[in-house]
Design a protein around this ligand. Structure first.
Ligand code: FES
Length: 93
C-alpha cells in the first residue's frame, strides 16, 4: 500500500491505492485544514515535496481554483487528490 507522509505532523501512514487524500488526512488526524471539500475554497492547498507523480491527474474544478489563487506549479488541493503511490505532503498555508 502507498505510504503518505504528512510533514507538518511528522506522520507517515499507509493508504489504500486510490484513497482520497482528504479522507486519509482526516482519518489519521493530520492537521491539513479543509473547508468546502469540493475544490473551490482553496483551504486545503498543499505542497508535494516528494511523489507529485503519485497523485491523480488534475481536473477542471481544481485547475480553475488553483489558477484563481495564483498557486505555484506543483501545488494541489488535497480534497481533490487520490493517492496513487508514495507521497510526502505539507500544507501550503
Ligand atoms: S477544502 Fe475547499 S478546496 Fe479543498
Amino acid at each position: 500500500m502507498p505510504k503518505v507522509t504528512f510533514k507538518d505532523d511528522d506522520l507517515t501512514v499507509e493508504a489504500e491505492m486510490g484513497a482520497n487524500l482528504r479522507d486519509t488526512a482526516q482519518a489519521e488526524g493530520a492537521s491539513i485544514p479543509f473547508g468546502c471539500e469540493q475544490g473551490i475554497c482553496g483551504t486545503c492547498l498543499i505542497n508535494i515535496p516528494v511523489g507529485e507523480e503519485n497523485i491523480s491527474d488534475i481536473e477542471d474544478q481544481e485547475k480553475e481554483t488553483l489558477s484563481a489563487m495564483g498557486a505555484e506549479p506543483g501545488q494541489r488541493l488535497a480534497c481533490q487528490c487520490q493517492v496513487e503511490g508514495d507521497l510526502e505532503i505539507e500544507s501550503a498555508h
